[in-house]
Design a protein around this ligand. Structure first.
Ligand code: APR
Ligand code: PHB
Length: 390
C-alpha cells in the first residue's frame, strides 16, 4: 500500500503532461500505464500544436527539442476545385502553430519524467478506481502479478477512450454525445520531403486529402476512404495515384513519392461525455472526448483539459482553495464543445459525404469561396486553428 497526492491513470500525452506540470508545482503524482513506453511511442498520431500547448510544453520544461526540431507555421493552404488559397494565421491572430509530431511530444514528456525521477508504473493490469465519490479515494492494480493499492487525494483519468476512468462514473451521472462520420482517413508516413512548406487541406470530388509533415525528410499524407475500407486494399502506388488526383495539379507534379513506413486507417468520430468530474475523479483528453482529426484538435484539447486541472490542483495544494477544481468540468467542457464544433465544421467543409446531393456540394463550394474571399471568415478559422484562448 502506498500513498500519493494524485494518481494519474494513463501514460499517454495528457497523463504525462499533467504529471510534469504537477512536478513543477511540487505536487506528487504516480502515473499508471497499461502498456510499455515503447508501445505508447509506437502510436502514430497527428502533429499540429496549438499556441496553448506550445506554452504548456514550456511551462513543463519540455520544449527544447520541440523548438529545435519543430516547424513554426503561420498559415495553411485550402484547396478545392483545382484552386488553392492561404489562410494567414498571423494576419488575423498574433499566433502561429507548431508542426511537431505527437509521438515526439510524448517522447519528450517520457524523457523529462525519467529525468525528474517521476514514479511511472508500466504494464499495470486491472486498474480499478475506488471511492472516488468519497474523501478517501484509492486505486488498485496488478503489476508483475502483485496486487497493489495507492491511496490518494485525487485521480486524473487520462486513459483514453478505451480506458476505465470514464466508465467509473456511474452511467446515470454521465451524458454522452456522439457523431460517427461515414468515412475514414487512410494515412501514410513516408521518408520523403513534404510536397509543400505548409499543410494542404484539399476538398476534391474524389474526397478529402491532407498533405502534412513531420520534418524535412518525413511526410504524412491522408486521403478520405470508405468507412469499412482496409489497408490491404491500398498499395503504396494506389495511394500516391489517388492523392495526386485530389490535390492541386502544381502540388501533384512536384509530389515526391516513396515506400510507406506506416499505413493505417482511422475512423472519424465526435464524442463528448459530461460531466468531466465525479467526486475526486477528473477526466482529461480522450477519456472524455474525441474529435475527428480534420482540425488536429485531439492532443490540443487534451492539453487544455490538463491546463485547467493543473491550475485547479495547484490552487488547492497552494492555498486550499478548491474553486478551480469545482469549476473544472464546466471550464474544460466549454472549450471542448467549441473545439468539437470547429472540428465538425472543418470536417463537413472538406469531406465528400456518400449521401451528398449536388446542392450540398454547392453549399461546400460556396462556403469555401466565402472563406477564400472574406477576411472575417478567415479570421474565425485562424483563431480556431491556432487555438482558442484557455
Ligand atoms: N490502465 C492504465 N493505462 C491505461 C488504461 C488502463 N486501464 N487504459 C488505457 N491506458 C493508457 C493507454 O495505454 C494510453 O497510453 O492510457 C493512455 C491514454 O493515452 P491516449 O489514448 O493517447 O489519450 P490522451 O493521453 O488523452 O491523448 C489524447 O491522443 O488519441 C490521441 O487524438 C488523440 O491526440 C489525442 C491524444
Ligand atoms: C498530421 O500531421 O498528422 C495532421 C495534421 C493536421 C491535421 C491532422 C493530422 O488536421
Amino acid at each position: 500500500m502506498a500513498r500519493t497526492q494524485v494518481v494519474i491513470v494513463g501514460g499517454g500525452p495528457s497523463g504525462l503532461l499533467l504529471g510534469q506540470l504537477l512536478f513543477k508545482a511540487g505536487i506528487e503524482a504516480v502515473v499508471l500505464e497499461r502498456k510499455t513506453r515503447e508501445y505508447v511511442l509506437g502510436r502514430i498520431r497527428a502533429g499540429v500544436l496549438e499556441r496553448g500547448l506550445v506554452g504548456l510544453m514550456g511551462e513543463a520544461g519540455v520544449d527544447t527539442r520541440m523548438k529545435a526540431e519543430g516547424f513554426v507555421h503561420d498559415g495553411t493552404q485550402l484547396a478545392y476545385d483545382g484552386d488553392m488559397f492561404r489562410v494567414d494565421f498571423t494576419a488575423h491572430t498574433d499566433a502561429t502553430v507548431m508542426v511537431y509530431g505527437q509521438t515526439e511530444v510524448t517522447r519528450d514528456l517520457y524523457d523529462a519524467r525519467a529525468a525528474t525521477g517521476g514514479d511511472t508504473r508500466f504494464e499495470v493490469d486491472n486498474v480499478v478506481i475506488h471511492d472516488a465519490d468519497t474523501d478517501a479515494p484509492f486505486v488498485t492494480f496488478d503489476q508483475n502479478g502483485t496486487a497493489q493499492r495507492i491511496d490518494c487525494d485525487y485521480i486524473a483519468g487520462c486513459d483514453g477512450f478505451h480506458g476505465i476512468s470514464r466508465k467509473t462514473i456511474p452511467a446515470f451521472v454521465r451524458r454522452e454525445y456522439e457523431k460517427v462520420y461515414p468515412f475514414g482517413w487512410l494515412g501514410i508516413l513516408s521518408e520523403t520531403p513534404p510536397v509543400n512548406h505548409e499543410l494542404i487541406y484539399a476538398n476534391s470530388d474524389r474526397g478529402f486529402a491532407l498533405c502534412s509533415m513531420r520534418n524535412a525528410q518525413l511526410s504524412r499524407y491522408y486521403i478520405q476512404c470508405d468507412v469499412d475500407d482496409h489497408v490491404g486494399n491500398w498499395s503504396d502506388d494506389a495511394f500516391w495515384d489517388e492523392l495526386r488526383r485530389r490535390i492541386p495539379a502544381a502540388a501533384a507534379e512536384t509530389l515526391v513519392t516513396g515506400p510507406s513506413i506506416e499505413k493505417s486507417i482511422a475512423p472519424l468520430r465526435s464524442f463528448v461525455t459530461e460531466p468531466m468530474r465525479w467526486g475526486r475523479l477528473f477526466l482529461c483528453g480522450d477519456a472524455a472526448h474525441i474529435v475527428p482529426p480534420t482540425g488536429a484538435k485531439g492532443l490540443n484539447t487534451a492539453a487544455s483539459d490538463v491546463h485547467y486541472l493543473n491550475q485547479g490542483l495547484r490552487q488547492f495544494y497552494g492555498d486550499g482553495d478548491s474553486r478551480g477544481l469545482d469549476t473544472y468540468s464546466e471550464k474544460a467542457l466549454a472549450r471542448v464543445w467549441k473545439t468539437e464544433r470547429f472540428s465538425w465544421w472543418f470536417s463537413n467543409l472538406m469531406h465528400h459525404y456518400p449521401s451528398q446531393s449536388d446542392f450540398d456540394k454547392k453549399m461546400q463550394l460556396a462556403e469555401l469561396a466565402f472563406l477564400r474571399d472574406s477576411p472575417e471568415a478567415q479570421a474565425a478559422m485562424a483563431l480556431n486553428y491556432v487555438g482558442l484562448p484557455y
